[in-house]
Design a protein. Structure first.
Length: 343
């Protein structure tokens, strides 16, 4: 039987996951839940348009505005949670109370206590968990990790520069956590995937360029220094202050690593460049479909119990969140923050 999936939050990233699930014989979309019922209707219309294009029958799924109503009404195997950063917490606990397998879109929370409580609950529940760090599943990420394995790494940098999203909640620190937590988390997670855990951070941040934007209180420039458990050092930089005509080619979201006998440049989800001794270059293009690999891994684990293909379980995603959260706290306090030091 196909895995019956419910969605809590039907806009944004949820659309990508729905598209993949519709193409999978082992999965079936069975329910939608959203505080805005109109979004459920829009999601169903989009799904049925895709079904029609593929020559498949239309979906007929119920809509809910409360996750507990959905869980008590529809026989679900798994739930995808795709909600704004500040909304994580009670939803995940409801899913776990019901014993359902859990897929969470990043970032996993706005607060460290909330994230740790969800992680503890998931461990006790014994369910399959997966977080939407789809870039881990790209062939470029796998090749970069393979190339760095066993090498001494000196340093790594990760940059993300872009524009300001229109969602009002994204511009409020206590709702989104700012760009580092809400968007740059992908690059931080990839750094951990490639190089291992971070042990301490020091960060600086300010609002200097978007002071004329109403309702905005997030930092619009942020920089951090990292120390990895391996001894390597790292640097993060991000800003949502770019406007049309000011984009910087090649650094929208980019990772660079300097290692013994190798330099590495990874344009997340796009291209990997490896430079070997003597100047020999190796170029690897990311294949299309790495988001599908993420969903395949989760659905396979729910169906079979084999979790080996999941590269981003909740416990691991928690450690990526700890890094971004620590950087935000460091900038607020203007002090070094040790990862996991009770903040």
């Amino acid at each position: 039987m196909p895995v019956a999936v419910g969605f809590v939050g039907t806009g944004g990233r949820a659309a990508e996951e729905m598209r993949d699930l519709l193409d999978m014989e082992d999965a079936r979309i069975a329910a939608f839940c959203d505080i805005a019922p109109g979004r459920c209707a829009d999601a169903l219309a989009t799904c049925n348009r895709l079904q029609e294009q593929a020559g498949r029958p239309s979906l007929d799924v119920p809509f809910f505005s409360d996750v507990r109503d959905m869980l008590s009404t529809v026989a679900l195997d798994a739930v995808y949670v795709s909600v704004p950063t500040f909304a994580h917490g009670a939803i995940e606990h409801a899913v776990l109370d019901a014993g359902r397998h859990l897929f969470v879109e990043k970032p996993i929370a706005i607060d460290m206590t909330v994230a740790r409580e969800i992680a503890d609950h998931a461990r006790r529940a014994g369910v399959v968990t997966c977080v939407g760090y789809q870039l881990r599943y790209a062939s470029t990420s796998a090749r970069a990790r393979e190339a760095l394995a066993g090498r001494a790494v000196g340093m790594a940098t990760a940059l993300r520069f872009g524009g300001l999203p229109e969602a009002p909640w994204w511009r409020v620190q206590r709702q989104s956590g700012g760009m580092l937590i809400e968007q740059h988390t992908h690059a931080v997670d990839l750094l951990r995937f490639l190089m291992g855990d971070v042990t301490r951070v020091y960060a600086e941040a300010d609002r200097r360029l978007l002071t004329d934007v109403p309702g905005l209180d997030i930092s619009d420039v942020h920089a951090a220094t990292l120390r990895f458990a391996s001894g390597a050092v790292g640097a993060l930089g991000n800003s949502p202050a770019l406007i049309d005509g000011l984009s910087l080619p090649g650094v929208l979201s980019h990772i660079h690593v300097i290692a013994k006998g190798l330099t590495l440049s990874l344009a997340a989800g796009s291209r990997l460049t490896l430079v070997h001794p003597g100047g020999r270059r190796e170029e690897v293009e990311a294949e299309r479909g790495y988001n599908r690999a993420l969903n395949d891994a989760f659905i396979h684990a729910v169906r079979t119990g084999d979790r080996s293909r999941i590269l981003s379980p909740y416990d691991d995603a928690l450690r990526s969140f700890e890094v971004t959260y620590a950087c935000v706290r460091s900038a607020e306090r203007q002090e070094v923050v040790e990862i996991g030091a009770g903040y």
